[in-house]
Write a new protein. Sequence first.
Length: 230
Amino acid sequence: MSDGPSAVGEGGTPAPPAEKPAWERDPVVPEWRDADDDPLAAALREALPEAIRSVKTFAGDLTFDVERERLADVARELKTAHGFSLIVDVCGADYPNREPRFDVVVHLASLPPDRAYRVVRLKTQTDEATPVPTLTGVYRGANWPEREVFDMYGVRFEGHPDMTRILLWEGFNGHPLRKEFPVEGIDTGAAIYSEHYGETMGPVAGTGTGWKPPKPAPPVSDETEEGGAK
């Protein structure tokens, strides 16, 4: 079944393909560039001059590098003064060869009809020993994402109402999204596979996933079936 008539030129010959637009012929990868001239960046710098370390843009999205202790202040200003009423996500990143090694990244969005849709990114740095101010006092939706960052990276959020693990059990050994965490797993399987592992046993690095099903019962020999044990 035909989808429709094909484009034809004069004399019934097939028409030449349409010329591709410039962006498709020679796509250009966007580059990071300074964005201090963005009106939102200028407004934030005026309101919180000591809180913003740098502002950059990539493909139109603004990224604010924020002083760690002022993260909640910047988020509150964006929400109350600029309509960024939705917290999209709080996530982390690990750079083990850098000090401090962790990034905490927050994505906020302004929503129609009151505002034009736009997403901005807040980024700050910390280490395992230094907590980041919680955003739960600004966005209630920050609660579970911050717990996930704690669970996966070990970064704590000061003032959080329930700074406990959300995906793994309390007592789990390590934080799985850290770069040094072994892909094969670690010795914590007894907590959930107690029928297969002893008290201090469990999945161990170098053993695949660490899952070890119970060994099958040995086959019964003919002599055993006839009543004579070997």
